[in-house]
Design a protein around this ligand. Structure first.
Ligand SMILES: [Cu+2]
Length: 169
């Protein structure tokens, strides 16, 4: 009983430290987030389909987009077990993965991630506001370690804008 509540307390502490570290995990739309911001359906400039496999791979695992593009990712689970796609910096993904390993039954959902059951399809709409590299991974226990990860290269050359999304600096 005491142990359980201590553990619950501990995971809350871990969670809040991640929330403040990433600035976005709690579901806030922090415009300063390094990887971009949630995209609006009406601003989508391109759709990219990504397959997830039980071999712990995404295909394609390397994607190139243009700065300011809003991408709709159609995320298909082609395997027999659940997978997920989570966008983040490598640091955020690693931290989040450690939390997931300690809390295997943890349910989580946010604009930068989607969990997809076998044979199903999910989607993420993401606006890439900064040039550079955005990582993505499946953070289910064992999957990330097995190499279930990929990268989005965000080209510095601006893409065509959807409707303008203002972000403060
Ligand atoms: Cu997976």
């Amino acid at each position: 009983m005491k142990l359980t509540s201590a553990l619950a307390g501990l995971s809350i502490v871990i969670f809040s430290s991640i929330a403040s570290a990433s600035g976005d995990h709690a579901g806030g739309h922090n415009p300063a987030v390094a990887i971009g911001i949630p995209g609006k359906p009406e601003s989508v400039t391109r759709t990219i389909t990504i397959d997830m496999w039980d071999s712990m791979r995404f295909t394609p695992a390397t994607i190139t987009v243009k700065h300011n593009e809003t991408i709709k990712f159609i995320v298909r689970n082609r395997g027999k077990i659940a997978h997920e796609m989570v966008l983040g910096t490598e640091k955020e993904l690693k931290e989040h993965y450690e939390v997931m390993k300690k809390n295997p039954g943890m349910e989580h959902a946010d604009d930068n991630m989607v969990t997809v059951q076998p044979g199903k399809t999910g989607e993420i709409i993401w606006h890439f506001t900064k040039a550079g590299t955005v990582d993505f991974a499946c953070l289910l226990p064992g999957h990330y370690e097995a190499g279930m990860k990929g990268t989005v290269k965000v080209d510095a050359k601006p893409g065509k804008r959807g409707s303008t999304t203002k972000h403060k600096h």
